[in-house]
Design a protein around this ligand. Sequence first.
Ligand code: FE2
Length: 336
Amino acid sequence: MSEQHPSVAAVSVPDQQNYDGLVFPLVLACQSPDATLAATTAWVASQRTALEEQLTQHGAILFRGFPLKTPHDFDAFISGFDYPNFAYKDSLSNAVRTNFTERVFSANEAPADVTIYLHHEMAQTPIYPSKLLFFCEQAAETGGATPLCRSDVLYEKLAERCPDFLRACEEKGLRYTNVMPSVDDPASGMGRSWQSTFRRETREDAEARMRELNYTWEWLDDGCLRATTPQLQAVREVAPGRKTFFNQLIAAFKGWKDTRNDPSKAIMHGDGSPLDRDAVILAAEIAEELTFDVPWQNGDVALVDNYIVMHARRSFTGKRKILASLVAAETCGVVS
Ligand code: FE2
């Protein structure tokens, strides 16, 4: 006999936002205390189409109260969606991570006191996921929330408050520069080595890969690599008339800082011109005002549309275990 699907209801949480009558994020809570993992996964599978529609409308869904405890439980939950996996090893992400299963890995392992600023996942590279899933295996003692920001709402605010800057971003795109170490540096939020980033062991092979990706580069005396992306889009049209501020501008400008990197050199317009500093600071302030902090409870899963919603990480104390999984998408982010 097949198990019954758990009963699930949309619930409200403090500080939940509302845009045009749609809450952000949508919170779906399991109301069946005896729900099993198998029944939960079957429920996800049965609701795929509806969940997909809700995700596009709301931008993010928080699943709460389901019987998930381990990375493998999270993996089983994800399997219900039947999404194509985006493997971390295939990405050009600059974060250091650890894999638990083929599709589940640690979220950025940067130290607890490091703030990771708002960004669309991997929008600073030509290859990025369409969606992300986060799982709270263990909530931090204090802090450690995952801020989420509706990037379509941000786009509209920028159009009102700094239209010239937004137009420059939209028309010229952005290029990002970062310095990668020759050995993974887990002490940094952007410490992934160039060998791991490009999946190549020698300089010659890494150069060939960068040529394919239209990167430019410079080898530094200490073995590090300074790499600059091609011109990437800064704005994405997710539906007719619905645009998002799809980039890593805020994260790069505020947060790309470690012993190798200086955030003031991390980002420029696609034509090489500098960004309007004041406008970037204003954009970061507006984005911060728009954020909803996911108040993690153990077992929570957040499904985030990476084209519509930016995410970040607050600093924290205690042990915090947030795992992540990425969903594959098309690979075209280059402004022609
Ligand atoms: Fe991220």
